[in-house]
Design a protein around this ligand. Structure first.
Ligand code: CS2
Length: 476
């Protein structure tokens, strides 16, 4: 449905609240458990589930991460919310009802109950890249302070874990104990080989607590890899007002997204899954070319724009892309990425020139205010997926990798200028930034990839490239 925005004269307080009585919709039984209830889950996996032909059989119980707020807000309206698809030509509004239970992530007992139930077939995850606590060696960092704390809680059996990994491991132990049977864990975070990353993290955490559980997970849990895509900025008060004006009800949890969406999945679902293909999801045998295309071209450009753009005084993706210096940096990075994607197996299906053209159009959608500060978070983790592989491939091909190196330089300048850096390694980054010259560059680079930090040519190149976009203070 497409609706022209018509501001209503009626004050919002007089409008009815969105709910299942206002918009009658049956509650599907819970068969999917989601960790990481946020805007992206609502615009993507929950939206795909709603469009599936068998959606009546597949309800989602969605758990928040650190705070209960999103669950409390959704619970007030029986899990219902509006997806606003925001195109250049206007907005369209769809009510999504696939989330049937919205739960505070701290309610680990409910999570364990739901995972123990044999009807639960799928666990989806959007817990952020950094939450997998991946060390630079690709394995779970067992020394991370929150991992250490959760392992101590699990070992003592008193108190609930606080990390999503710890909570999931405890709930999987409940499934094992209840004989709930095999199920699929579907990682929907922007990581390469994200199914493997999730497996390493979950099995790593379980194994540090109980070897028997780790073995059970290995044998019974299928870790599905996926490439997820839909630009979904944070919801603003203006978005809430736009829904009120257009739809005539109050919705405290609408989500605004671009019309485009994409989901590529690879792996087994031993206890079944919704017919997500009805909504355009694609199931493939080999996911790597698709995930690299998305992580390098879309997310790589996003990170480059986040750092370069903010250094040049821009706030949103569309504003940064309109700056020729930023656009040039993106095009050069894409050239390097494309050179390495083209040689990969299955590259013919990737249609890279069309994908690049579509990205320029998506990024230029000025009606989507996608804030660079949001994308800039967790850079030390994100660059491992977005810049490192391209730079490594360029070096392996005997080239400098200057465009990928520029992304590092922009991140380093940004990390020194930002007033409050949000990053799992914020303390280490701050300490490195107190060093100077080559030592500073090498230390920062080592936080992201120790191998590249050992390459003198790369370190020298990044040092030369620092300052390209200026060094203005970035206030967040
Ligand atoms: C962004 C992604 O915040 C970020 O790091 O690059 O959230 C991006 O918008 C999505 O992956 C698009 O599908």
């Amino acid at each position: 449905m497409s609706i022209e925005l018509q501001p209503t004269a009626e004050p919002a307080a007089h409008l009815p609240r969105l709910s299942r009585s206002l918009r009658p919709s049956a509650k599907a039984p819970v068969r999917i458990v989601h960790l990481g209830l946020g805007a992206f889950h609502r615009s993507h996996q929950a939206w795909y589930t709603q469009q599936a032909g068998d959606s009546a059989d597949w309800g989602i119980a969605a758990f928040t991460g650190r705070r209960p707020d999103a669950a409390l807000a959704l619970a007030e309206q029986d899990g219902l919310y509006t997806v606003v698809e925001r195109a250049d030509a206007g907005d369209s509004f769809t009510v999504v009802s696939s989330i049937v239970e919205a739960v505070d992530g701290a309610d680990v007992q409910r999570l364990a109950e739901l995972l123990a139930a044999p009807a639960t077939a799928v666990v989806t995850l959007t817990i952020t890249e950094a939450a997998y606590r991946l060390g630079s060696d690709g394995q779970l960092d067992r020394t991370a302070s929150d991992v250490v704390a959760d392992l101590a809680l699990l070992a003592s059996g008193s108190g609930n874990p606080t990390t999503p990994l710890g909570r999931l491991v405890l709930a999987l132990a409940a499934r094992r104990a209840a004989g709930g049977g095999p199920l699929a864990v579907v990682c929907c975070d922007n990581l390469s080989k994200n199914g493997t990353v999730a497996r390493n993290a979950v099995v790593g955490m379980a194994g540090a607590w109980d070897e028997g559980l780790a073995g059970w997970i290995d044998a019974n849990v299928s870790f599905v890899s996926t490439s997820v895509d839909r630009i979904t900025p944070r919801t603003t008060d203006a978005d809430i007002a736009a829904v009120e004006a257009a739809c005539g009800y109050r919705d405290n949890s609408p989500v605004v997204a671009e019309p485009f969406s994409n989901w590529v999945l690879s792996g087994n679902f031993p206890a079944g899954r919704p017919r997500w293909e009805d909504a355009g999801a694609v199931f493939v045998a080999g996911i790597e070319p698709y995930e690299n295309r998305k992580l390098w071209l879309l997310n790589g450009a996003h990170s480059l724009l986040a750092y370069a753009g903010q250094l040049r005084g821009h706030a949103t993706v569309a504003q940064a892309l309109a700056d020729p210096a930023c656009l040039q940096a993106v095009e050069s990075f894409w050239d390097e990425a494309e050179a390495n994607l083209s040689g990969s197996e299955g590259a013919a299906d990737l249609q890279i020139p069309a994908y690049r053209a579509a990205l320029l159009a998506r990024f230029s959608n000025a009606r989507i205010a996608h804030h660079l500060a949001q994308i800039a978070m967790d850079g030390s983790t994100k660059l491992r997926m977005r810049a490192v592989p391209v730079l490594q491939a360029e070096r392996a091909a005997g080239r400098s990798g200057a465009a990928a190196a520029l992304m590092f330089a922009a991140w380093m300048d940004y990390s020194a200028a930002a007033e409050a850096l949000q990053d799992p390694l914020a303390d280490e980054v701050a300490a490195a930034n107190r060093l100077s010259g080559t030592e500073r560059i090498r230390t920062l680079l080592a936080l992201v990839d120790p191998g590249l930090a050992g390459d003198d040519a790369v370190v020298g190149l990044i040092e030369d490239l620092c300052g390209t976009f200026g060094e203005r203070a970035v206030s967040l």
